[in-house]
Design a binder for this molecule. Structure first.
Ligand code: S3P
Length: 177
């Protein structure tokens, strides 16, 4: 019998949602490869995300995100963490859902904001007030909401989020039987 190729698990969510740390842990738990769209872009461009924004502007970065979607079509069974803005265009969530199961790491805006600020190196935070960043977050929610599954990460450690994701995936599989 031909082996069933496991589908990709794709994490979406706003900056500070923990997509990288949760994705890395989830991949380790499942024995899968972990990829990040931001890493794919920095490897291709040969410079950091803040440098890409500073040298070439946001439009260039968004075009690079589009390109990563084409490359991701070659992947099977990976855990993929996306940049917070990648799903925020018409058609992008459909493209992501065509790659596998999309999981939204949702959370209280205040907590996401604090975490994103602490980690630094986020050009989308530079020069924006907290209210402006919150408006950006709200404007993306209709896209994130199109995910197959969502997990509220508020107050949870990355390990706990991974357990919630595994539980939600198991429940979904059970329901599909
Ligand atoms: C962005 C989020 C970042 C990175 C870039 C733009 C955004 O990724 O892709 O700085 O527009 O929200 P994280 O969500 O991992 O911070």
């Amino acid at each position: 019998m031909a082996p069933v190729m496991p589908e990709n698990l794709i994490l979406v969510g706003f900056m500070g949602a923990g997509k990288s740390s949760v994705g890395r842990l989830l991949a380790r738990r499942l024995g899968r490869c972990f990829v990040e769209t931001d890493d794919m872009i920095t490897a291709r461009e040969g410079c950091s995300i803040p440098e890409i924004f500073a040298r070439h502007g946001e439009a260039h970065f968004r075009a690079a995100e589009e390109e990563t979607l084409r490359v991701l079509r070659l992947k099977t069974g990976d855990v993929i963490a996306t940049g917070g803005g990648l799903p925020g265009r018409e058609g992008r969530m459909e493209d992501l859902r065509a790659l596998g199961t999309v999981i939204w790491l949702a959370g209280d805006f205040g907590a996401l904001y604090e975490r994103a600020l602490r980690a630094g190196a986020r050009p989308m935070l530079a020069g924006r007030t907290r209210d402006e960043v919150e408006a950006l977050c709200r404007s993306r929610e209709p896209f994130y909401r199109q995910a197959d599954l969502s997990v509220d990460t508020t107050g949870l450690s990355p390990d706990q989020v991974v357990s919630r994701i595994l539980g939600a995936l198991a429940a979904r599989e059970q329901a599909a039987r």
